[in-house]
Design a protein around this ligand. Structure first.
Ligand code: ZN
Length: 76
């Protein structure tokens, strides 16, 4: 698998997924992803993307301006 942007090699890693809602920011930490060695872009698989979406929906109920959750705690 290669980076969709720069075609460099992807490595398994963990990233902080940041969702900017404008007035509020949701940060999901330690998301398993394929990270580009060259440009730092990351790609999550379909299953992870679906879980991320559910986590973000849940986090939207929280009114904090910055809401930080840990991926592994939310999917456990
Ligand atoms: Zn890249």
């Amino acid at each position: 698998m290669n980076c969709a942007l720069c075609r460099a090699n992807l490595s398994n890693g963990k990233v902080n997924h940041i969702v900017d809602l404008g007035e509020r920011i949701i940060i999901v930490k330690n998301v398993p992803a394929n990270v580009c060695d060259q440009c730092g872009e990351y790609f999550v698989d379909t299953e992870t993307a679906m879980k991320l979406e559910a986590i973000v929906e849940e986090a939207k109920k929280n009114k904090a301006e910055v809401f930080i959750v840990k991926y592994n705690e939310m999917v456990a």
